[in-house]
Design a protein around this ligand. Sequence first.
Ligand SMILES: [Zn+2]
Ligand SMILES: [Zn+2]
Length: 116
Amino acid sequence: MGRGSEEDKERGHAILRKVKKMTVDASSGDQDKEFYFNRFVYQRLRKEELDNQKIRQLLYDKDNRCHSCKSKFDSIKGVVLHRLDDDKRYIKSNCVLVCKECHPKYHRGKNTSNKG
Ligand SMILES: [Zn+2]
Ligand SMILES: [Zn+2]
């Protein structure tokens, strides 16, 4: 979670540039429209992020132990929300909480990009 590789960061910037260009193109010079599209994208992405945090809290309230090593978390800070099936979204049934130490184990063998 969070820290991607330099390559991932560059990719993220490229995505952002693309979105930015799309909002400019879609508003064809109308700055109010451009503002609207910007905010629309921002709010949707933000909602998704908040939903992820909600899932994290729900799972934490249910069982505040690492899914792998079963050690108890001291606090929700630093707990990693991991998706069991990489191709599926962040929904409760596809997510488990793991500690930072165990998380890399779940991604070993797959490509090493450090995502949820
Ligand atoms: Zn663990
Ligand atoms: Zn993960």
